[in-house]
Design a protein around this ligand. Structure first.
Ligand code: GAP
Length: 381
């Protein structure tokens, strides 16, 4: 589904976010800057800055700071009401739960998925896409019968699913791990929480959360709105508030970690190069097609024809005749294109093409159907 970004204050009171969606902050007594008390690297950077200025750093006692971003909606200042930009996309699903039950009549267990922007008043946005004030989340709320055994099974299933999904993006296995939250780090809505973490150059960092939200959200929204959000189970004749097992991934962080994991520098043919070793499945360009020489009309015409038929089978193909062949290879290596096809004079004679592999730089002569078969097999591997 695609829910609203702006929702009334009451929704966020019900979800517990106005009261409990907070970060601990400390204030520097030397320059009055406020930073997160739970980010030792930020504290160290700040202290180092003052040390370089020959100043000492002192810190205030930690204070809680709410992360929600608010604005006002309405015709005039006096009648406008306070609304919040969603701090997590989840609440849009929870407040639409009854609409979905009434219109689609899903049977438990069922999931509601959503992708979209979330907004947080982060005090120290940093590390490129890692911590932003406006970012993209991809989530699944999976509703199950409120039962410890059923809840446990679903939770374990989605934990494993999340890890498997993350690994299909092509990460080095040793750079990805699952970690359980300590009770003092768990969000207010979570009865149990695990993170998928990625090993970045700035430490192990959260990529994706799996949360056992139990009946927290639906129960609170029922209480605050006085609307019955229970589910009637026809099989058992019981009425209950389902439990919610949540997968919540950051899209921006997945992109950042993919780039960090895939970026490499090596030497090929005696030259240094930068290469993005993206798994073929996620490479935005799968194949680049080149005529060996730009100023030979026969080669260009043949390369164009190959490109046109290839694009019907592999839409993520590009044509490039700019600069010399070595430069074209380097450009494609840098954006992670797994294969380059070159059309040379021999191609005009016997319809074979050279296929170059990004990772090894090795080239082989093959017909177009053989190249297509190879690419399809590797992309799906
Ligand atoms: N609905 C649950 C929820 O929002 P979360 O752990 O607060 O849980 C889920 O956020 C994911 O959203 C995180 O694992 C992370 O990937 C991403 N995320 C959270 N805050 C972010 C920020 N300031 N910048 C970029 N991504 C962020």
């Amino acid at each position: 589904m695609s829910a609203a970004i702006l929702m009334p204050e009451r929704v966020w009171e019900a979800s517990g976010h106005t009261e409990l969606f907070t970060d601990p902050l400390v204030e520097c007594t030397t320059c009055n800057e406020r930073v997160r008390a739970d980010q030792p690297e930020v504290i160290q950077d700040h202290e180092a800055k003052h040390t370089r200025e020959n100043k000492k750093t002192g810190w205030s006692e930690p204070k809680v700071f709410n992360l929600l971003v608010s604005t006002r909606l309405g015709a005039s200042e006096t009648t406008a009401s306070k609304v919040y930009l969603r701090g997590e996309i989840t609440q849009g699903v929870e407040v639409n739960f009854k609409n979905i039950l009434d219109s689609m009549h899903p049977k438990l267990p069922f999931g509601i998925g959503q992708i979209g922007k979330a907004f947080r008043n982060e005090i120290t946005p940093r590390d490129f896409l890692f911590r932003q004030r406006e970012f993209e989340q991809m989530e699944l709320q999976y509703y199950v019968k409120p039962d410890e055994v059923v809840g446990r099974e679903a939770f374990e299933y989605w934990k494993q699913f999340s890890l498997d999904f993350y690994l299909t993006l092509g990460f080095t296995k040793e750079n990805v791990r699952l970690r359980e939250h300590r009770s003092d780090e768990r969000a207010h809505y979570a009865k149990e929480a695990w993170d998928i973490e990625y090993h970045t150059p700035f430490g192990w960092k959260e990529a994706w959360g799996i949360h056992h939200r139990a009946d927290w959200d639906l129960r609170r929204h029922s209480e605050y709105s006085k609307v019955d959000l229970s589910y009637f189970d026809e099989a058992s004749g019981e009425r209950f508030i389902p439990w919610d097992i949540e997968c919540s991934g950051g899209v921006d962080r997945a992109v950042l970690f993919t780039l960090l994991d895939a970026y490499d520098e090596d030497e090929l043919g005696g030259e240094k190069r930068a290469v993005l070793r993206l798994k073929p499945l996620i490479a935005p360009i799968k194949v680049a097609v080149f005529p060996l020489l730009k100023n030979k009309p026969d080669l260009v015409q043949k390369a164009r024809a190959i490109y046109t038929s290839l694009k019907k089978e592999v839409p993520q193909s590009v044509f490039d005749d700019n600069g010399n062949i070595g430069k074209r290879y380097r450009r494609q290596d840098e954006v992670g294109t797994p294969w380059c096809i070159t059309i040379d004079f021999e191609s005009l004679e016997n319809d074979t093409l050279t296929l170059r592999d990004r990772d090894t730089g090795e080239q082989e002569r093959l017909s177009l159907p053989d190249i297509l078969a190879k690419i399809k097999e590797r992309v799906l591997a």
